[in-house]
Design a binder for this molecule. Structure first.
Ligand SMILES: [Zn+2]
Length: 861
């Protein structure tokens, strides 16, 4: 912190910028320590803001060399956050503003703006990084075509748009599509290209290139193939074509986020580009496919139509996440993808919604916008699109999207614009639906049932009651519209009502189904049709019935999941024994060869320790991390014994013959086989894991086998061998760090993490490496919350150390403490002390200050 408390920015204070930009010209004279940036910006008065206004531009950490207006020098003195030229120093009408500034990319460890990574220059401008490059109205509603000249002795010089000219030591790029500054990008380095091409359906030939360091070329094939499939899919499903002659992707080792959709020049964290069977897992391949698609899809949903202000971030992110999820469903298994997405939503977004960091999908205020790139904006934002689609139907959705692209192309839009498009295209009033954007919190949905027999058949009635608990700053929550997908089954297992969407709009509402021969078994919230918590007491028998018969794969999985959760909760709370009928139901499911192996693998996965802690806290019980860990381990070992014969058969049958292929079917077989291994490892003393580790020809099996060995307290030799083999591969060494901490015994986790933090390869300024170690510690629930408090202290020490170097990553990782009010007084006191220590750190960044303050505020609420 500097001297004053940082002030929030509020949605209610939005004003259009007083000027429009006709053209932005930039020249970069690159130098690691003293890069010169020359800008010429053609401003016009903005009719939306009549009158005379000062010219205020953002700028941080810039050394101003010279500034001119229409060629005449102006004396302007920058302050800490920008530069103001008074209205009376500006001509009437249009004018050119020119500036020359100097910046130091080599000193930029925050990785925002222009920085160096492994000897190359690269940029990250979203959300507010461009202000570290030059003085500019660094806000998304100011859009302009950019012309960029780069002067450097680096062999490869890239920017947005199309290449227009180049010579010895320079290159020029022109981007005809008006864009905000956050989509600006520049890369200069010693890179090689993996090239391909794509012809759009209207016949434009697009040159595709993935730029990597020499030696990495053979790990780009999957990313390139994913890109071409994404380009085709967006044409087929959304009618969207690519609009430049080139599309470039660059892989960068030092990157705060996953990837960035800069127009025509996407910049990627290298872990989301580089993959080979030996170095990447099936999960890595799937993630690469989805992130490549996500960033590509932004070309229309984000770039051609952008956000008016950062409060509207969900406009581009919620929609684009929804689009990439649909893409993955089409490329792979739709039910499996849906289950994976809901697992993630519950683990990250529900957790966020239930804690001190809860905020609406469209927040109302922020201190640091980087802190709002959250699961709520992204994942819940995507759920809202899914609900809209369900409410207006597939046809209505397509009409609305066509209208959205037609009406808002080239604009910076709002959530109001987005909803208006749906209203105009479908005639539906979405005033109530809008609450999903403005109100934080996860609604709870209670269900009551009634059955009235009758001569003409009986009537079955479902009554729903919705309630959303208070969240910070929002106590009262009016009812929302909730699409509830329901199906009904006969007691013999036949479906008598196929999936039907009920629209709940009241706080309490009933839906009746007359003319039924017998009382049905309901399957509620099929496909997870709304991001709510379903509160329904249902019997063990009903759940096993749905696990066996539900035609909706999501609810079938959900039935098994809730069975396992209930078994675990009663073991934790009441010292109950594991349930034999549960084990039998699970055995029937996982040996059902008609089911997709990937689906069966998901069914074998027990709820995580963090899920169980949340479930206990929800039910008013203080979670004890060690007990949760011991009980969950106990159930897993019990299931291993009960299902041993079946698991051995699965382990043998699901072996996939070489060569390795990352396709969904092969990955599903491996997932089921490795799920079986996870159980068998508990009773075979590591025999299978050791043998698989020795023979595996791919990272999926190799990493899973190593995890099993560490779980069993073995694997010292294998850990060393893994390191020796991969020590020159940064991405694999990230896994090496993460596995050892994530699978450490709870009482050893902090110690293992501390020992690894001393390792010469722990390059803590690299965000991937930092997250590998620290993220794994936070994810080791019983280890992180070990009663010694060692992990809390260690983690806080490292956040304090990282903050001055990289505030963005520090702030995000402080969310590991967001669940702290769940726990007992002793743990709360320890966490409070650590959070207090972080907040009192001199010169703490405003990013971390905001996060830690919000987390600490939970206790007063
Ligand atoms: Zn995105």
């Amino acid at each position: 912190m500097k001297d004053s408390t940082p002030q929030p920015t509020r949605l209610a204070d939005y004003q259009p910028y007083p000027f429009r930009i006709e053209k932005t010209d930039l020249t970069f004279r690159l130098d690691p320590k003293a890069t010169r940036v020359l800008s010429r910006i053609r401003f016009h008065p903005n009719p939306a803001r009549p009158g005379r206004h000062d010219l205020r531009m953002d700028g941080e950490r810039l050394r101003l060399i010279a500034a001119r207006i229409d060629g005449a020098p102006v004396t302007a003195r920058p302050d800490e956050t920008g530069l103001t030229i008074p209205a009376d120093a500006l001509p009437d009408g249009a004018f050119d503003f020119e500036a020359e500034v100097e910046i130091d990319p080599s000193a930029n460890t925050a990785l925002e703006g222009l920085y160096m990574s492994g000897g190359m220059y690269c940029t990250q401008c979203e959300a507010e990084g461009f202000r570290r490059i030059t003085f500019y109205p660094d806000r998304p509603d100011v859009m302009a075509p950019f012309h960029v000249r780069i002067e450097s002795d680096m062999p490869v010089l890239l920017s947005n748009g199309n290449p227009v000219a180049q010579g010895e030591g320079w290159a020029e790029w022109d981007d005809p599509w008006p864009k905000p500054s956050y989509l600006f990008a520049l890369v200069a380095g010693d890179l090689v290209a993996v090239r391909d091409s794509f012809t759009t359906r209207s016949g434009r030939k697009v040159d595709l290139a993935i730029w990597v360091r020499a030696g990495d070329e053979d790990r780009c094939a999957y990313a390139m193939d994913s890109l071409k499939r994404a380009m085709k899919w967006d044409e087929d499903v959304y009618g969207r074509e690519y609009d430049l002659d080139v599309f470039n992707i660059v892989a960068v080792d030092d990157f705060n986020m996953g990837a960035m959709e800069n127009k025509g020049l996407n910049i990627f964290n290298s872990k989301l580009v580089l993959a080979s069977p030996e170095t990447a897992t099936d999960a890595d391949f799937e993630r690469i496919e989805s992130v490549i698609a996500h960033e590509y899809f932004h070309n229309w949903t984000g770039n051609r139509i952008t956000c008016r202000d950062w409060f509207q971030l969900c406009l581009k992110e919620g929609l684009t996440v929804f689009r990439d999820q649909e893409f993955t469903k089409d490329m792979r298994s739709a039910p499996v993808k849906r289950i994976e997405d809901v697992l993630m939503l519950r683990a990250r977004q529900f957790r966020e919604d239930m804690g001190p960091l809860a905020h609406p999908v469209r927040p109302e205020s922020y201190i640091e916008i980087n802190n709002f790139y959250t699961a709520t904006v992204y994942e819940k934002g995507a759920e809202l699109i899914g609900m809209l689609k369900l409410l207006v139907g597939d046809e209505g959705y397509r009409r609305a999207l066509d209208l959205y692209f037609e009406r808002h192309d080239g604009q910076a839009a709002t959530i109001e614009d987005w909803l208006k498009v749906f209203e105009d295209a479908t005639g539906r009033d979405l005033a109530q639906f809008k609450r999903w954007y403005t109100d934080a919190g996860t609604p709870r949905l209670k269900v009551e049932e009634d059955w009235q027999p009758g001569d003409q058949g009986g009537t079955y009635t479902l009554t729903f009651t919705q309630h959303t608990p208070p969240t910070p700053g929002q106590d009262e929550k009016p009812p929302r519209v909730i699409p509830i997908a329901v199906g009904l089954l006969n007691p013999n297992g036949d479906e008598i009502l196929p999936t039907t969407v009920l629209e709940m709009t009241e706080e309490r509402q009933s839906f009746s189904f007359p003319g039924l021969a017998t009382r049905p078994v309901p399957s509620i919230l099929r496909g997870f049709s709304a991001p709510v918590v379903l509160e329904r007491e249902s019997s063990f028998d009903e759940r096993t019935f749905l696990l066996a018969h539900d035609t909706d794969p999501f609810n079938r999985w959900e039935a098994g999941r809730s069975l396992a959760r209930d078994v675990l909760l009663s073991m934790i709370r009441d010292d109950a024994a594991p349930s034999e009928p549960h084990a039998q139901a699970l055995a029937r499911l996982v040996t059902d060869d008609t089911l997709d192996p990937a689906f069966r693998a998901l069914c074998l996965r027990l709820p995580s320790e963090d899920d169980l802690a949340q479930a206990l806290a929800d039910a008013g019980t203080t979670p004890e991390p060690e007990r949760i860990h011991t009980v969950r381990e106990g159930l897993a070992t019990y299931l291993a014994r009960q299902l041993q014969k079946d698991l051995v058969r699965i382990y043998e049958e699901m072996e996939t013959p070489p060569p390795y292929s990352p396709d969904a079917a092969s990955a599903g077989r491996r997932a089921l086989r490795l799920a079986a291994l996870g159980y068998l490892n508990r009773i075979d003393h590591g025999a299978r894991a050791a043998s698989l580790f020795a023979s595996a020809d791919n990272m999926t099996e190799s990493a899973a086998a190593l995890a099993c060995l560490i779980d069993g307290g073995r694997g010292a030799r294998e850990i060393a061998a893994f390191y020796e083999r991969w020590k020159d591969n940064r991405l694999v060494i990230d896994k090496w760090f993460a596995l050892q901490v994530a699978h450490a015994q709870p009482d050893m986790a902090a110690q293992v993490a501390a020992r690894l933090a001393e390792h010469p390869d722990f390059e803590w300024k690299n965000p991937n490496r930092f997250r590998a170690l620290m993220g794994a510690l936070a994810a080791n629930h019983a280890g992180f919350h070990h009663i010694s408090g060692a992990a809390y202290r260690f983690y806080a020490d490292w956040l304090i150390r990282l903050d001055p170097v990289n505030p963005q990553t520090t702030a995000r990782m402080s969310a590991a403490f967001e669940t702290w009010t769940r726990y007992d007084a002793e743990r709360r006191a320890m966490i409070r002390a650590e959070l207090g220590r972080i907040r009192q750190t001199p010169d703490l960044s405003r990013d971390t200050f905001e996060m830690v303050s919000r987390i600490l505020a939970a206790e007063k609420a």
